[in-house]
Write a protein that binds this ligand. Structure first.
Ligand code: THU
Length: 129
C-alpha cells in the first residue's frame, strides 16, 4: 500500500469512530512489515477512562492476529494541527515498534511525520526490567 493509500485508509476510519462524548473521531491505519494493514478508530465508553484510542485499536487487532513487526502508522483526526498520539498510545506503540514512523494528519489531510524517539524520548521499555 502506498503512503497515500495508507492515509486514505486511516481517514476512512473516521466514520467508524464511536465518540459520542468527545465528538472527536480518530482513525488509524497500521502497516505491518509484510504489508498487511490493520485499521482502527477510537471507541469511547460512558465510563470515560474505559474508552480506547484509534491507534491502540489498530495495534490490538494486528497483535491479536499474530503481527508484531510494524513499519508505520497513520493517525487521522479532524483537528487544526496534526492529530498526534496521546501519551498512553505512545507508550503502547513503543513496546512493539520502537522504530515506527508515525504519520499524523489534520482535518485537511496535511501530514506531519514523527519517529517514536521524537514522540517518546527516554521512554520506559523492556530494557529496564
Ligand atoms: N484519541 C485517539 O483515538 N487517538 C489520539 O491520538 C488522540 C485521542 C481519542 C480518544 C478520545 O476518544 C478522543 O480522541 C478525544 O480525546
Amino acid at each position: 500500500m502506498t503512503r497515500e493509500e495508507l492515509k486514505a485508509a486511516a481517514t476512512g476510519m473516521l466514520d467508524k469512530a464511536y465518540c459520542p462524548y468527545s465528538h472527536f473521531p480518530v482513525g488509524a491505519a497500521l502497516e505491518c512489515v509484510d504489508g498487511t494493514v490493520y485499521t482502527g478508530c477510537n471507541i469511547e465508553n460512558a465510563a470515560y477512562p474505559v474508552g480506547t484510542c484509534a491507534e491502540r485499536t489498530a495495534m490490538g487487532k494486528a497483535i491479536s492476529e499474530g503481527h508484531r513487526d510494524f513499519v508505520r502508522i497513520v493517525v487521522a483526526g479532524k483537528s487544526e494541527g496534526p492529530c498526534v498520539p496521546c501519551g498512553m498510545c505512545r507508550q503502547f506503540m513503543k513496546e512493539f515498534a520502537p522504530k515506527l514512523e508515525v504519520i499524523c494528519l489534520n482535518a485537511k489531510g496535511e501530514e506531519q511525520a514523527f519517529t517514536m524517539e521524537e514522540l517518546l524520548p527516554h521512554g520506559f521499555d523492556q530494557s529496564f526490567l
